[in-house]
Design a protein around this ligand. Structure first.
Ligand code: 9MC
Length: 235
């Protein structure tokens, strides 16, 4: 229930991501590392006590789906192994409420680094827009947390703060008929702050992020497109 002690943190993290969301990327600050069609991926080079913690930001535009659908599948742990290619295992350690779960997942080892795992709360939220200044958005935040049911493992624990924020554009039909998927466009913003935990070679980490984030975003959005193609639209 929303009286759960986590909600203070959840509300603060959500507010922060809304504050920093925005489709305009300040080129002076963000370095483009990948552009493919509508998908553009950026990073900022940042280190915290010798650790690479490059913030990552990506924007994408996906036809034929809604932001609610994209966030639903990003949040739904039961399908995560189907689209997250770098995952070895995932385990839900607590269902906090119908919009928040706590997950423990292990990532496949990335040579030559030690294998990593993550324990995080994952919260899905619809932010109703009331005018063009505050658009209607769906958002999922994945934020590292501790949990006594998350088994200590051989893995190095990463610290992460990830947000998927979506806006849906519906082009009105001239014939006044109900919208179909051709009328839908989902504008996606993905922001990830991942501290890899223990030491890892900076050049290796930067190469991994540069390779894996575009792959993950492409594979995930393709997964949602396929999963929703023959289903009624979830607005
Ligand atoms: O968007 S999510 O919330 C989706 C839920 O899974 C997310 C995405 C990515 C990560 C993550 C965390 C750590 C690493 C590294 C750090 C040193 C060695 C492993 C990587 C590396 C494996 C690379 C990677 C980058 C991007 C996407 C997937 N794989 C990724 C965590 C959560």
């Amino acid at each position: 229930s929303s009286s759960h002690k986590l909600y203070e943190e959840i509300n603060a993290v959500v507010a922060e991501h809304i504050k920093y969301s925005g489709f305009t990327i300040d080129d002076g600050v963000w370095e483009a590392i990948h552009e493919e069609g509508e998908m553009k991926v950026y990073r900022r080079e940042m280190e915290e006590d010798g650790m690479i913690v490059d913030p990552l930001k990506a924007v994408h535009c996906v036809k034929g789906i809604t932001g609610h659908e994209l966030c639903h599948y990003f949040w739904d742990v039961s399908v995560r192994m189907e689209w997250e290619g770098t995952l070895e295992s995932t385990n839900t350690v607590e269902v906090v409420s119908d919009d928040t779960v706590i997950t423990h997942q292990t990532h496949k080892r990335v040579w030559p680094t030690t294998q990593r795992d993550a324990v995080f709360w994952s919260h899905i939220r619809h932010i109703a827009g009331n005018d063009e200044n505050s658009p209607d958005m769906w958002m999922v935040c994945n934020y590292s947390t501790d949990h006594d049911k998350a088994q200590p493992s051989k893995c190095v624990r990463v610290k992460m703060n990830v947000a998927m924020v979506c806006e849906t554009m519906v082009t009105p039909r001239a014939d006044g008929k109900p919208s179909t998927r051709e009328d839908l466009t989902c504008r996606v913003q993905y922001a990830a702050y991942v501290n890899p935990g223990g030491w890892a070679p900076p050049s290796v980490l930067r190469a991994v992020y540069k390779r894996e984030y575009p792959k993950f975003l492409k594979r995930f959005t393709q997964y949602v497109t396929n999963a929703t193609a023959d289903k009624p639209i979830m607005f």
